[in-house]
Design a protein around this ligand. Structure first.
Ligand code: ZN
Length: 260
């Protein structure tokens, strides 16, 4: 199978970072295919050298902490981080994990059309693929959530349903961490991505292997996540949130975060 033919590239410079991005797309596609059980349709990949060329061509703006973004139109990368440093300076795990994460956004958005999905589900599912790609990402995510749980820094899951509050909480978390890092400390905060990842993984653990497409089809057909969820799982979302929290506390507080 020649995967590369499914991606259509548009980049400004053929340098090692561009090549590293392109080389990550294949393994990222494989983990996404495994989870989503979907065949890839053509996906345009745009890679920009710096923030100014990105700004010139992108209609919507990037989230301020990200160098990559995926939507139904394709994947957009910028080789310059929002703070001006080259993306090559970010960790390998973050770099590669972002490719898989954004690719999942493309696949999910294309599969679900305009059906509104809870942000924890969208971001969590994307992170699950990044965690499947690299064990290091999975361990860090579990470790971060274990720290948050230990200090009771859990976000009421309902607040993670809505896109606006999800990103608001994320921006606050990023700021808090940066502030602590400036004085050499590590802030233990709520972690919307780690929490969403764990919630998505818990949801997947309640679906038979290979059963995700059935659930997604149901959501798409009913055009409503909540009612499809209730029908599929025979439980309400708030019951799901309660049982997720119970399970997370049991697993992560026992130090089980590296294996789960
Ligand atoms: Zn995302």
């Amino acid at each position: 199978m020649v995967i590369a033919s499914y991606f259509v590239f548009d980049y400004e410079q053929d340098d090692p970072v561009t090549q590293a991005l392109i080389n990550t797309l294949y393994p990222a596609y494989m983990v996404n295919k495994r989870l989503m059980q979907t065949d890839l349709t053509e996906i345009p990949i745009f890679i920009f050298n710096d923030r100014s060329s990105l700004a010139k061509y992108m209609k919507s703006s990037f989230t301020p902490w990200a160098f990559a973004q995926g939507g139904r139109d394709g994947m957009y990368f910028c080789l310059q981080s929002p703070n001006g440093t080259p993306v090559s300076n970010t960790s390998e795990a973050y770099f590669r994990g972002s490719v898989s994460h954004e690719l999942n956004h493309v696949i999910l958005q294309r599969a679900m059309g305009k059906v509104r999905l809870p942000s924890w589900f969208v971001e969590g599912l994307a992170e699950v693929t990044s965690n499947l790609l690299l064990r290091e990402n999975r361990e860090r995510s579990n470790y971060n959530l274990a720290l948050s749980l230990a200090v009771g820094a859990i976000i009421p899951p309902k607040l993670l349903e809505n896109n606006k509050s999800f990103y608001q909480i994320t921006e606050n978390t990023v700021k808090e961490r940066e502030k602590a890092a400036q004085v050499g400390l590590r802030a233990i905060t709520v972690d919307p991505y780690a929490q969403s990842t764990n919630m998505a993984r818990y949801l997947l653990s309640n679906i038979p292997p290979d059963g995700l497409p059935d659930f997604l089809n149901m959501v798409r057909d009913q055009r409503n996540f909540k009612t499809a969820f209730e029908e599929y799982f025979n439980a309400t979302l708030s019951e799901f949130y309660d049982s997720w929290l119970h399970e997370a506390k049991t697993n992560l507080s026992s130090g089980n975060y590296t294996t789960n």
